[in-house]
Each structure stands twice: as C-alpha cells, then as structure tokens.
Ligand binder design. Structure first.
Ligand code: ZN
Length: 146
C-alpha cells in the first residue's frame, strides 16, 4: 500500500487528470513518437523553438505514469534551451537508474517509479521522444543551435 502510494503521488494523479500542454502544436518544427510495447503507451512530442525557448506539446494514449511524466516534462522544458532540456533528460534517466535519489521540483514525484522496474519505461518514454524531437530540430537547423 505504501509502495503504491509512492508510485501514485498526488502530483502524478493531478498531471494525469489534467495533462499540461496536451494537444497538437500546429506550427511544430519537429516531432517524435515514442512507443512502449510493454504497456501500450504511445506518445507524440512536438516542439517549436521560439525566441523565448522551447514550446512543447504532447498527445497520445498512455498509462497514468506515462501521461503524468509527459505533462511534467512539457512544463519543465517550456521556455528552456535545447541544451537545458537535454540536461534534464539526463537527470531523469539518472533518477530512474538510481544514480540520483531526488530531483528538483514536481519531477521528484517520479522518484517512486524506480521501485517498479516495469514502469520505468513508462516514465522515460516521453523523455526519449523529447530527445528524438530535439535531435530532429538540430538536424533541420543544420546542427547549429544556441
Ligand atoms: Zn505505461
């Protein structure tokens, strides 16, 4: 019971019930899809790089952990540079692999997921899609970005 509670924290439930930045981004510059066959999660991450930083959106059908992780991901990287977003992806990966115990902000709610190995892929899926989308943006801009 207390274990499950650590998985489904209030912050996670809140993001799952009211996902932030959910929907299609009409003028997206790049996008990537993530699929997790273990759970059936499918997430599409779209990005636009404005002068105020990244504008992220996501859509898809996925379990609550995956949706919550995607929602928190978009909140986290909104307005950031691609470089900052990439650092955040590394942080989340370290958190899931147990190299890091905690992380700043709402994302720390995901720290309970590492105790449920089958759900780690669910939590990481949106971040992997984000990484692929960032890579696409980079290719499109000829590898130049700042
Ligand atoms: Zn899942």
């Amino acid at each position: 019971m207390s274990d499950l509670k650590s998985l489904y924290q209030d912050i996670i439930l809140d993001h799952q019930q009211e996902p932030r930045n959910f929907g299609i981004l009409p003028d997206a510059q790049c996008q990537a899809e993530g699929f997790n066959p273990m759970c059936g999660d499918r997430i599409l991450v779209q990005l636009k790089l404005s002068e105020n930083g990244l504008v992220p959106r996501f859509t898809g059908e996925a379990c609550s952990i995956c949706i919550a992780s995607a929602s928190m991901m978009t909140e986290e990287v909104e307005g950031q540079s691609p470089e900052q977003a990439r650092n955040k992806i590394e942080e989340i990966r370290d958190l899931m692999q147990g190299k890091k115990d905690h992380i700043e902000g709402d994302l720390d709610a995901l720290s309970g997921v590492k105790n449920f190995p089958v759900r780690i892929k669910c939590a990481l899926l949106p971040w992997i899609a984000l990484k692929d989308a960032l890579q696409q943006c980079k290719l499109k801009s000829g590898g130049e970005e700042k």
